[in-house]
Design a protein around this ligand. Structure first.
Ligand SMILES: [Zn+2]
Ligand SMILES: [Zn+2]
Length: 138
């Protein structure tokens, strides 16, 4: 499990019932949910939670730096609680399953100065693609 709830408590983030439900839905490993998926799961735990509340709470979590926004292939943005351990993503091109992966080496260091065009480069996002085990078996 990730420690999203514990991290939020440490930050003194006021855990209302609604915020807690959003954080609970996002907690875990390899979690990359769209806002609509977060809302659908949150409703199971707290039927009255509105879509607007879920969207606002996700926005706050991103501003706090405790949840990452991941954009993949022009699909809806996904929310990722694994915000403190640098990682990249491995995506199934058939079903869209996403895994957190940790390539060896520093992706920033992999870009030679001649390829930086004078930029102060601050980050890199790498997406690996392929077929997951379920989609590989006919
Ligand atoms: Zn798949
Ligand atoms: Zn991730």
């Amino acid at each position: 499990m990730s420690d999203l709830l514990a991290r939020l408590r440490e930050q003194g983030w006021r855990l209302t019932a609604q915020r807690r439900v959003v954080a609970e839905v996002l907690d875990g490993e390899h979690v990359h949910l769209t806002a609509d998926e977060v809302h659908a799961r949150a409703v199971h735990l707290l039927p009255e939670i509105s879509r607007a509340t879920v969207y606002n709470t996700l926005g706050e979590l991103v501003s706090l730096g405790e949840v990452l926004e991941v954009s993949t292939d022009g699909r809806a943005k996904r929310y990722d609680p694994n915000a403190h351990h640098a990682h990249q993503h491995l995506i199934c091109s058939s079903c869209g399953t996403i895994r957190d992966v940790h390539p060896s080496g520093d992706p920033l260091a992999a870009l030679p100065p001649a390829e930086r065009f004078g930029f102060a480069v601050s980050g890199a996002e790498i997406t690996y693609r392929g077929l997951c085990p379920e989609c590989r078996t006919p």
